[in-house]
Ligand binder design. Sequence first.
Ligand code: NAP
Ligand code: MG
Length: 486
Amino acid sequence: MPSLQTGEWTKQYIDGEWCGASTGETSAIENPANRETFTEVPAATEADVDRAYQSAAAAQEDWADRPHEDRVAIIEDAIEAVEDARNDIVDLLAVESGKVWLVSAVEIESTLDQMEVASTLRLEEEQPESAQANKSNVVKRQPVGVIGVITPWNFPLYLSMRAVAPALALGNAVVLKPALETPITGGLLIARLFEQAGLPPGLLNVVTGSGSDIGNSITTHEIPRVISFTGSEEVGKQVAKSAAANFSYPGLELGGNNPHIVTEHADLDLAASAGAFGTFIHQGQICISINRHLVHETLYDDYVDQVAEAAEGLTMGDPGESRNELGPVATEQQRDEIVEFIDSAVDAGASLETGGDYDGLFVEPTVLSDATNEMSVSCNEHFGPIAPIIPFETVDEAIEMANATQYGLSASVHSQDGDQAQLIADSLETGMVHINDQPANVGTIEPFGGVKHSGLGRFNGEWIVDEFTEPKWVSKQEEPRDYMLF
Ligand code: NAP
Ligand code: MG
């Protein structure tokens, strides 16, 4: 079992063993704040993925047959392991994912919430009445078997745990592929915490390879019955195709282009502080961040000033060295895309109110006024600390702009007029919408997920039970039936 220190993570976890890749090859993992390599993890291969799936399948039946209380006891011990490791996890999240202290604290709390809720999930049985005379029914929830889980780098611990904990609680086994940027907090750490909690070998396997090397072997393998994928729309589409070809269910949590709508009846201070928070937290690298601000023309200038002022007040620095409000973005590629979105908006006529520059992977929080809904920064998921602010005249116009995207993940609406807020919320094509708040809410038992190209399926509580179990209908004819129709 590796210690929690950053340099100790050099193995992946298959069938209860810490091991290298079948080829012995490794990938360097770098700290986004200073780009120093702090460890090398195995570059997993197709053979490693196959071994992981075989061990998951071999272990799963016994696990499903065990009394529910045994599974709960292990999840409860894993919760304790997370609580004991809290400070080390904050350090790991800082070094691996550039996360500032406050955001790490939120990620750890949300992770614990997911584990707590998972420990309450049961393989329920129901006895619905039959329309057929003298027939009794039992509908039993059964685990699907083995689940392949693929996750991104932005909230690695939370996004992996929200799949792993309910999957295990419901009697399944898991093969987890974290993002290449975050193999520790997105995977190996979770394996270690569950190993510490006494999870039997094979039930949770973590393979640390790149999506381009092993993504396909994870999604096309014949063993998994569900592929639970969180990531981009582009990769999600491929994952869905591969999974469907095998009749495994693709659970997809993809991108968003979340509007923050501020009406003429908004509380301006509240709307602007929510707007700044929902844009800049974790450098805007959240699927449910604010992507666009749609602001009524009567409040527009004051709103722009307030969000720009908030942006200028934020502190930024290496989260491993000091406590700041903002850290680095994940990769050079992310940074270059973010900067390109800013530059192209300015070229297209937006005004740079503040920000726009970068140093290494530290991108300044940026506010763009005079933005339009057609600018590439508005109609794409920019995934950066950018606030394009777009004016509107009528509520209909705001709704039309909000819905003019292929995505439908989250949204927020500010209005002190309850009827108006509700009307807008009802008119938005979105899986989640938050009135007088900002869109980055994850919940615990509320259905988390999107419509349109933002995905298929929902996370949290009972909602994930549908995805990670299969109902089996067993009926019994209590009295002989009359088949005289034939
Ligand atoms: P990504 O590029 O789609 O990667 C996500 C995961 O897929 C990574 O583990 C990646 O591995 C893997 N992958 C890459 N190619 C693959 C392939 N051909 N087959 C199977 N897996 C493959 O997404 P990202 O850039 O890491 O994350 C940002 C995106 O995730 C944004 O669009 C964001 O909105 C979305 N997201 C959605 C939610 C949600 O709940 N809806 C939450 C968080 C993030 P490598 O790292 O090795 O490439
Ligand atoms: Mg990517």
